[in-house]
Design a protein around this ligand. Structure first.
Ligand code: DQA
Length: 145
């Protein structure tokens, strides 16, 4: 089973961006880990990151057309993008929302709402990059029944 791991804005700077919050793992390292975790779970994982909302929308539209399960960390767009809300709403394969930190427990994050959660089969937040492994495990186990 193919799975898309889609990461939104600024996540390309993992490892350098506020490591006290997001850790020291770079996006390349995260992508390698996701592919490896996927192999262990029998999933073919492709990881993408973009700072451009339209690009993420195109990827979500393609995932809808191909019925591909998605692990999504929409980063800041999580909190305000109705376009991401709409794009997620058309997905038919499972969608798992991931956040490296737990936005709800961060007082400096000005929005605690998520446009992704209403469409997500599961939300995993606050487990660092391991949250992506948990999301892939969730998809693997939902595939198995
Ligand atoms: C994030 C949390 C968001 O609030 C923030 O805007 C991000 C990253 C996370 O992975 O913890 O950019 O999605």
């Amino acid at each position: 089973m193919k799975v898309l791991v889609l990461n939104g804005p600024n996540l390309g700077r993992l490892g350098r961006r506020q490591p006290e919050i997001y850790g020291y793992t770079t996006h390349d390292e995260l992508a390698d880990r996701c592919v490896g975790w996927g192999l262990d779970l029998g999933l073919e994982v492709e990881v993408r990151q973009t700072n451009h909302e339209g690009e993420l929308l195109d990827w979500l539209n393609d995932a809808a057309d191909t019925e591909t399960p998605v692990v999504l960390n929409a980063a800041a767009w999580t909190h305000y993008s109705y376009a991401i809300f709409d794009a997620c709403g058309q997905l038919t394969a499972p969608l798992v929302e991931v956040h490296i930190s737990d936005p709800e427990s961060r007082p400096e994050v000005f929005r605690h709402t998520s446009v992704v959660t209403p469409h997500a089969a599961a939300v995993i937040a606050g487990y660092g990059v391991d949250g992506y492994r948990m999301a892939l495990e969730h998809l693997a186990s939902s595939r198995n029944g």
